[in-house]
Design a protein around this ligand. Structure first.
Ligand code: SF4
Length: 222
């Protein structure tokens, strides 16, 4: 049986260098050559190639050289606007969480100031109660509790013909459905994290100290 791919545990990480064939025995650069070649062929499609090309250009432009050394310069909001402009998109979609309405208003202003036509859809659009999809009573707010409706968010943006969709704070799983149903390519601007101010990597940074409980061992059994 083939060895499991575990780049996250690799001690060599030579894949970003000219010695990319010097990785460990389970290195996908060596063991998955056929898949990598097949994937590479996808970039021959003109629209895929241009998307990937502009993404790489965008990434390169996020750094600049100063006398004291290389530094970063573009916050992600800037990067999203710059990438959309590079791609020639005119009409952008935003799928947002009701809890981030204020932030989405600001984002809309920023994008409109750059000349984009912006369509935004909130997660509760449709006003469908949670019991419609079988959410039990003890997992619903008392009285009326509207479900998040990411498939409707996708289909509404699809119907509006948005060219590039931006996710703002959709919940885990709701974001998955939105991404699955969106016709336009998507990017994520805000990842919901109710504890860490939508900065989930803070949980990883603190997993050796104040949030060491994240490292506990558990079984998958219920
Ligand atoms: S691709 Fe190979 S060298 Fe790169 S991190 Fe994965 S195992 Fe390591």
């Amino acid at each position: 049986m083939a060895e499991k791919i575990e780049c996250a545990k690799c001690t060599k990480v030579v894949c970003g260098s000219k010695e990319s064939d010097q990785g460990p025995s389970n290195c996908p650069t060596k063991t998955k050559r056929d898949i990598i070649q097949q994937a590479l062929a996808e970039y021959d499609k003109p629209e895929v190639r241009e998307f990937a090309r502009q993404a790489s250009i965008q990434e390169f432009e996020c750094y600049m050289d100063l006398p004291e050394g290389t530094t970063t310069r573009n916050p992600r909001v800037e990067e999203v606007a710059q990438f959309a402009k590079k791609m020639g998109y005119k009409k952008l979609g935003i799928a947002f969480c009701a809890g981030l309405t204020a932030e989405t208003k600001i984002l809309t202003t920023i994008l409109e100031n750059r000349g984009f036509d912006v369509v935004s859809v909130i997660c509760k659009a449709g006003g469908i109660p949670k019991e419609t999809i079988g959410v039990p009573e003890d997992h619903r707010a008392a009285g009326w509790d509207t479900m998040c409706n990411p498939i409707s968010q996708s289909e509404i943006l699809n119907s509006e013909g948005t060219e590039f969709n931006i996710v703002v704070g959709l919940c885990v799983g709701h974001d998955s459905l939105f991404l699955r149903y969106s016709h336009a390519p998507c990017t994520v601007l805000v990842v919901k994290d109710r504890v860490f101010g939508h900065n989930p990597v803070a949980g990883l940074y603190l997993s050796g100290s104040y949030y060491s409980k994240l490292m506990r061992k558990e079984s998958l059994d219920p």
